[in-house]
Design a protein around this ligand. Sequence first.
Ligand SMILES: Nc1nc2c(c(=O)[nH]1)N[C@H]1C(S)=C(S)[C@@H](COP(=O)(O)O)O[C@H]1N2
Ligand SMILES: [Mo]
Length: 338
Amino acid sequence: MLIKIPKKSALTAADITDEAVYLQRRKLIKTMGFLGTGALLGSALSQTANAGFFGSDRANTTQFTTTPLSFTADKDNLSLLKTPEQKVISHNNFYEFGAQKHQPAELAQHFNVDPWQLTVSGECDHPITLDYDDLTSLFPLEERIYRLRCVEAWSMVIPWIGFSLAQLLQKVSPKSSAKYVVFQTLDDAKQMPGQDDRRLGGGITFPYVEGLRIDEAMNPLTLMSVGLYGKTLPPQNGAPIRLVVPWKYGFKSIKSIVSIKLVSKQPKTTWQQLAPNEYGFYANVNPKHDHPRWSQASERRITSGGLFARNRIETQPFNGYGEQVAHLYKGMDLSKFY
Ligand SMILES: Nc1nc2c(c(=O)[nH]1)N[C@H]1C(S)=C(S)[C@@H](COP(=O)(O)O)O[C@H]1N2
Ligand SMILES: [Mo]
């Protein structure tokens, strides 16, 4: 397939295929028998694996109840063309519910998020445990329209709702020994079928663990998200609370968090442990540092268009957030600390 890369990393409405045209093509491709390939983060198929994308809109994403949230609207990022809500909630990576893009939406609809407990502890003076209601009431909620760039070279633009992680961390008064922050997803194989089924769960180790350096965690862009498109999160997107770090590859944005711990040493994280030459601790979006099995120079932006829409765009350093975060990595060799 010939892929045109526009000069600028931006998309306008003119770049997008009409939904009807897309559905027509999808039908054609289905008859051609393209469905059924896996879409694993760790698989060589990843870059061209559109199976989940095509299959996604069949998922029943509506059984779980989401509720409207009160929040301050994002007025700064209105020029970003948002990925349609239906795509955001049906094309997911959430290996606890299956490693194919359409599986989380299908298998997570009965996920129980209330009651929930999120503990913030470790190297701090005032550890706390938040319950379900605290998640949306402790801090004023804001909308943040962010680009999300998956390491698999696709991306979306998502209107998240949440609060800065910095606000939460300030509440527990970190000690000076707190140099890193470790996050952990719920550990519950009864509810998350991928956790005790290696095939479904893509062969990764659970519970899912992620980490940030303390200054990355304190950066105002780093968001604790409790919602998207104006409502509480659907389970496939990480209900009831997940991390969003927009300048890093999507796998850093850990979902359905039960524990946040301040620690003194750099933690071992899920993907980094699985394949350290492919997934680093930092995982900053970097078009100049390719994944060993595919290029990171460009990405497929998921819009309302389909596979053949003109939606291949250049990837930006730090996913376009360099002005806000490049200073965090001053003097570091980014090809070494990838
Ligand atoms: N617990 C957990 N968090 C996770 C993942 C996962 O498999 N398990 N996948 C990550 C990856 S690879 C991506 S790209 C994003 C996708 O978020 P979205 O489905 O809301 O778009 O979630 C991240 N967080
Ligand atoms: Mo990802």
